[in-house]
Design a protein around this ligand. Structure first.
Ligand SMILES: *Cc1c(COP(=O)(O)O)cnc(C)c1O
Length: 378
């Protein structure tokens, strides 16, 4: 018997084939006008991205990481400031406060939805206030794997505590909570167009959303070296954080199929949960929300069962990935910034979580093959 053809974890070639007729003329238009920096496609993309989520302002930037950094720079967050964020997320969430001289304070997650545990967040804020060394300034909520963080509870707590809220929506552009797309739940929202995200470009890119006119002005200034009303007036220390016009053209093309792709992701996730829910742990849904399904993660009983599952899937030509094998407070880069408290849920989940392929170009046969391979490897 010949080995089955491997299923791709992500299939950007199949997606490109679907959009190529729309994509090529958009790229040709940029090649014709040569406005490669902040060309008309960037403004059009910002308009469409803001309209899609119902946000007042969108500012397109060079990456999701730079979006987080610009949002924190606009608040003057730095030395002596505590920034609260989940320990179970991608490294960029914690990297940005550290780059700015602030201190990340790691918070544990809910064992069922994997989102930040807001009761623990409240205790962490109290601990930092009691210790008196750092000034609590901001909360970064992460919409992990495409599902919304608990924004009702985070916003209520932030209001009581007088903290700035930043939504790290890198994995969840297009998701919604209480029927409203993510983009307006926090004081500022940052997303990413890294190629593997639900709305991915052909290179790095990101965007910021806010309802505040003042913040939007600051974001625009900061992405272009802190410029003022005229180009050679420098008002503040900024960065080179613009989105390329060519990336904007690619993203405009991807937006034409984005809702269909979100629907396809949701349909496949529902099949996984229905077929696999009795055999492995499947993701608990955040109430009153629609996920962007960036990542479909299952839970095994322990690390040995995960190893066995990954080996079985590999044999069947089904790729898998681990997001995230180590919580951030255990990463060498962040150990010195961490206060040493244990975060037992993040520590446990990281040993036994595993992601299955989930992208809009999986066929029904692919999905069936993936389910059969999972069920055979339990
Ligand atoms: C991808 C990601 C980022 C960073 O986005 P880039 O565009 O790669 O810089 C930040 N936070 C989370 C949770 C992410 O998944």
């Amino acid at each position: 018997m010949t080995a089955p053809k491997p299923i791709p974890f992500l299939d950007l070639k199949a997606q490109q084939a679907r959009i190529i007729a729309d994509l090529k003329p958009r790229i040709d238009a940029v090649l014709a006008h040569c406005m490669f920096i902040l060309g008309p496609e960037v403004a059009e993309l910002e308009r469409q991205l803001a309209a899609f989520v119902g946000a007042k302002h969108c500012v397109a930037v060079s990456s999701g990481t730079d979006a987080l950094q610009i949002a924190m720079m606009a608040e003057d967050i730095g030395r002596g400031d505590a920034v609260f964020l989940p320990a179970f997320t991608y490294t960029a969430t914690a990297e940005v406060p550290l780059v700015l001289g602030a201190t990340p304070v790691f918070v544990d997650i809910d064992p069922l939805t994997f989102q930040m545990d807001v009761d623990h967040l409240e205790r962490r804020i109290a601990e930092v206030r009691a210790a008196g060394k750092l000034r609590p300034r901001a909360i970064i909520g992460v919409d992990l794997f495409g599902q919304p963080a608990d924004w009702d509870a985070i916003q209520a707590l932030a209001q009581r505590e007088g903290l700035f809220t930043l939504d790290d929506c890198a994995q969840a552009y297009g998701a919604s909570l209480h029927g409203k797309r993510l983009g307006t739940q926090a004081d500022a929202t940052a997303t990413s167009f890294f190629p593997s995200k639900p709305l991915g470009g052909y290179g790095d890119g990101g965007a910021l959303f806010t309802e505040s006119d003042e913040r939007a002005d600051l974001f625009r200034s900061l992405r272009t070296h802190g410029e003022g009303k005229t180009r050679y007036e420098v008002m503040r220390t900024g960065m080179n954080g613009r989105l390329d016009t060519l990336q904007a053209a690619v993203l405009l093309s991807k937006l034409t199929v984005f809702q269909e792709e979100l629907d396809a992701r949701a349909r496949i996730a529902a099949i996984y949960s229905a077929r696999l829910g009795n055999a492995v742990g499947v993701p608990a849904l955040v109430p009153n929300s629609v996920s962007a399904w960036a990542i479909y993660a299952i839970l095994l009983p322990n690390g040995a069962a995960r190893d066995k599952m990954q080996a079985g899937l590999k044999e069947a030509g089904v790729p898998s990935a681990i997001y995230y094998p180590r919580p951030l407070h255990h990463q060498p880069a962040y150990a010195a910034a961490h206060d040493g408290s244990s975060l037992p849920v993040s520590e446990d989940i990281s040993t036994r979580i595993m992601a299955l392929p989930l992208h809009p170009d999986l066929t029904d046969q692919d999905v069936e093959r993936i389910c059969a391979a999972v069920l055979a490897s339990v």
